[in-house]
Ligand binder design. Structure first.
Ligand code: PEP
Length: 248
């Protein structure tokens, strides 16, 4: 039995006032939520969120990390720094980082390993573009993105990894994958893990991300291999986010 996990990815959207009302709004509705819930904040707001969520079940994550522990890497943030603010999770391999910042599967694998080595749980994002789906390459793309990580970290590391299947064409577009489309890829991912280790495959949480909202969350999360959601746009309004959390 896998727990349901709902994670908010705020991306580069925040201000001190907005963070205060969003987090307080989420906290006020957490009593009815049985899913594990976390919010991934931009770096400057980690400290503020750490304070706001203190004593609650809401968890904190970051959206990126540098693979090095410390040193001359101007502008970068390490896993240890993220942990210093009470964060337990970090997003790695989001499609925006792959496409806008040139993060290859090898870089994503190194970031995944750096997160695990420091005790953070990575939310490893994988997913195909529309071109890749339409040319019948979804499984090949998913396989390359996932096996590159498995090769570097080893399958045992997946005891501490959350996978997020995020079809790039569904992110921020309002074009959600149908439950059938999403379930098919989630099952493919689980089978891929099972080819290395059946037990780990059964226990690894695989979240869906891509225009999940209050209206479609229940149908998606009800699929047998969908264990929750990674939420972008709908994570910026407490009421919408809470409805997704309750669906979980
Ligand atoms: C995301 O950025 O991870 C995401 C899923 O965004 P959205 O929910 O806005 O599609």
């Amino acid at each position: 039995m896998r727990n349901t996990i709902v994670a908010g990815n705020w991306k580069m959207n925040a201000s001190k006032d907005a963070v205060k009302s969003l987090v307080n709004g989420i906290l006020s509705g957490m009593g009815d939520v049985s899913a594990e819930v976390l919010v991934c904040a931009p770096f400057p707001y980690l400290s503020q969120v750490e304070t706001l969520i203190s004593g609650s079940s809401l968890m904190l994550g970051a959206q990126n990390l540098n693979v090095n522990v410390s040193g001359a890497f101007t502008g970068e943030v390490s896993a240890e720094m993220i942990k210093d603010f009470g964060a337990k999770h970090v997003i790695v391999g989001h499609s925006e980082r792959r496409s806008l910042y040139g993060e290859t599967s090898e870089i994503v694998a190194k970031k995944t390993k750096a997160a695990i080595d420091s005790g953070l749980t990575p939310l490893l994002c994988i997913g195909e573009s529309l071109d890749q789906r339409e040319s019948g390459n979804t499984e090949a793309v998913i396989s390359e993105q996932l096996t590159t990580v498995v090769r570097l970290t080893g399958i045992e590391a997946f005891k501490n990894i959350i996978i997020a299947y995020e079809p790039v064409w569904a992110i921020g577009t309002g074009m959600t994958a149908t439950p059938e489309q999403a379930q098919a890829v989630h099952m493919f991912i689980r089978n891929l893990l099972a080819s290395s280790n059946q037990d780990i495959a059964e226990k690894t949480p695989i979240l869906y991300g891509g225009s999940m909202n209050a209206g479609n969350a229940l149908e998606l999360i009800s699929c047998p291999d969908i264990d929750g959601g990674l939420i972008g746009g709908a994570a910026l309004k407490a009421e919408d986010f809470l409805q997704i959390c309750k669906a979980g």
